[in-house]
Design a protein around this ligand. Structure first.
Ligand code: EPZ
Length: 416
């Protein structure tokens, strides 16, 4: 099984490019099925989750080709064939195929989704919304079965601004008869990017990025060319990796306005961050202050950055606290960090981190995408060698993380 081996102790110096956003491109791939014309996506990251999503759409007859960041998708001949659970259970966003295939095929049978094991990943908001749009939805033998001759616009209030549910509704409603309103909608940049893509295909979506999104149903969508926004979580990951090594790195392509809450928190911890024409530059910081972190929906501090900032807080001078308000069990990375000498106490949805003088290399396991990234970051600064296994989880969400870190001076290698 592949592992990543890190020799701690080198400063990161240089520049790292940010790829297209995983959490933008996955729903966009699903939305590409809404037309039989060819769709061309640029700035597509070479990730395991992207390859999984491509495999899923190919199972139902779409043709895909990914070549150096360019992804072509043509879904002119779709067939309601069995979607293998081996693929559907690998990622959360297989569920977006429901919203995309109902308008095209009128019926979809989909194994229930998988994804990062970070707590209870319910889908009740998706099911309720599809029902309100006029679909007959059932869970049968571990599969989601949905049918609808035609979807009709509806007024949908989300009890929680779920990103996935907001996206699934946008995808399902854009070819529905009539108008759909999503109230208490998610406001993340990835939602805005999806709306921009659908509108470029001839859709009509207003209000993306606000808490009320209106989707005016149209008769047909056509092919389009779209550039995926940069990945704000990848950018944040390399910002923390630079800071923890007292490094000096330009994160090329990062969008500062997508990272306001992350920049603010890192600056509170003492990290030096400057906005440059190329993106963001993190410069040497030799001491970190403790923080109080509460994860929130956008534009608050993102839950995906919570595991990633934890190793840095483990070395802060004092006690930090984290309150995880989005997921009910997102501390599985703490076991590995504790094995490396971090002092972290975990509650039901909270963690208390007491700063220590240093971390020590150990053999650890990546439990999910962001947890795996946190272990790499800890390894960069730990004394000695850290071996991280189950790095498939890291490759799900980061393109060539080991190569990128090597390019700025890290002693890191992939084995196996
Ligand atoms: C997206 O997951 C992201 N995944 C996650 O990133 C991210 O952590 C999450 O949003 C929150 O920001 C992708 O975009 C592919 P949600 P999603 O629906 O859509 C509850 C990463 O590391 N909920 O906003 O699944 C749910 O249980 C991944 O890149 C319901 O109760 O997030 C959770 O507690 C990890 N019922 C909360 O809402 C539902 O029907 C947030 O879920 C749906 C969600």
């Amino acid at each position: 099984m592949d592992t990543i081996v890190v020799q701690g102790g080198t400063r990161l110096v240089g520049s790292i490019g940010v790829e297209g956003a995983k959490n933008a491109v996955l729903p966009i791939i699903a939305a590409s099925l809404l037309t039989g014309d060819e769709v061309k996506l640029t700035n597509v990251p070479a990730l395991e989750d992207v390859r999984t999503m491509m495999g899923l759409v190919e199972c139902i007859g779409a043709k895909t080709r990914l070549d150096r960041g360019l992804l072509y998708i043509k879904a002119d001949q779709l067939s309601p064939s069995e979607i293998p659970s081996s693929l559907a259970t690998k990622i959360r966003y297989s569920i977006h195929l429901t919203g995309a295939l109902l308008p095209r095929l009128g019926k979809v049978r989909l194994p229930l989704p998988g994804g990062c094991v970070i707590g209870n990943r319910r889908i009740d908001l998706h099911l309720r919304a599809l029902t309100l749009l006029g679909a007959r939805v059932r869970i049968m033998k571990g599969c989601l079965v949905a049918e609808a001759k035609k979807l009709n616009g509806a007024d949908i209030h989300l009890r929680f601004p779920s990103i996935g549910a907001t996206e699934n509704i946008m995808i399902a409603a854009c070819l529905a008869h009539g108008t759909t309103t999503i109230r208490n909608a998610a406001k993340e940049p990835e939602i805005v990017d999806l709306a921009k893509f659908i509108n470029s295909m001839g859709g009509h979506i207003d209000g993306a990025g606000s808490d009320t999104i209106t989707i005016y149903g149209v008769d047909k969508l056509v092919g389009s060319c779209h550039t995926v926004i940069p990945d704000r979580i990848e950018a944040g990951t390399y910002m923390v990796a630079t800071a923890i090594t007292n490094g000096d790195v330009i994160i090329r392509g990062a969008r500062p306005n997508h990272l306001d809450s992350v920049i603010e928190k890192l600056r509170c911890a003492g990290v030096m961050i400057n906005k440059t024409e190329e993106g963001l530059r993190v410069t040497p910081t030799d001491e970190f202050r403790p923080l109080k972190i509460v994860t929130e929906v956008y534009p608050g501090f993102p839950t995906d950055m919570q595991p990633i900032i934890t190793p840095l807080l483990s070395l802060a001078r004092g006690q930090s606290t984290i309150k995880e308000t989005i997921f009910d069990s997102r501390f599985t990375h703490v076991a590995g960090l504790t094995a490396m000498g971090a002092d972290i106490r975990v509650g039901r949805r909270s963690a208390t981190i007491t700063g220590v003088c240093g971390l020590t290399g150990a053999e650890v396991v990546a439990t999910d995408i962001r947890g795996g990234a946190a272990l790499v970051i800890a390894g960069l600064v730990a004394t000695g060698q850290t071996t991280i296994s189950n790095i498939y989880e890291i490759d799900r969400g980061y393109e060539r993380m080991d190569a990128k870190l090597t390019s700025v001076g890290a002693r890191i290698a992939r084995t196996g």
